[in-house]
Design a protein. Sequence first.
Length: 234
Amino acid sequence: MMSETGTTVPSPALSPAAATLYLVEVPDTPRASDEAVLSPEERAKAARFLQPGDRSRFVTTRTALRRVLGDYLSLAAEAVPLEIAANGRPFVAVAVAGTLDFNVSHSGALGAIVVATGRRVGVDVETLRDDRGLRELVPTVMGETEQTMLRSLPDHEFVRAFYHCWTRKEAIVKALGDGLSYAVQSIDVPALPSDGLVRLPGSVWTMRTDELPGYSLSVALEGEGGVVRFGGRP
């Protein structure tokens, strides 16, 4: 791994007590060196994106994911046997990855990759934008306490709070792999508890939400007693 200063950052030892988060800077157009790492199927998918930004987000984050997983699995990035589940979630077969779990998100010029072992993990990053009819979405995607909180906020605080709530929901749903079938209103977390634990019927999640310049990012790690740490930039 390479840190922001260009120094090598070794992959952390795998531990069920931790998830490791990697941030990825997405260029305006994909780098040829990144595209060379992808499989033929991935390159074909990249070519189908009509917008250069969408293509760059896919190529850059998928290449970064391959490099991160390659470090953990002691494989060359291009040799990581990535597969795609029916719900669209990338995975590596248990025979290769053991209990390794990972998740990917990207928005704007930022990508995020999170890795854990022995526990499900999810990540969501969203650009802070107020041009999507967000207030109209509140009744359909937010829980009752989230709705009460959001409706009380002035415009300059609303967008940030909306995306913090939304990325928490998405991180949990992506960890579960349930996609659009999950009732997101049932994840009702207007603010993180001091212990970082989000308790839902039948599950508990260790959660971290960060506000980066222009973005909201949340990570959900299955179970109690965990920590989400930064691992540098791949």
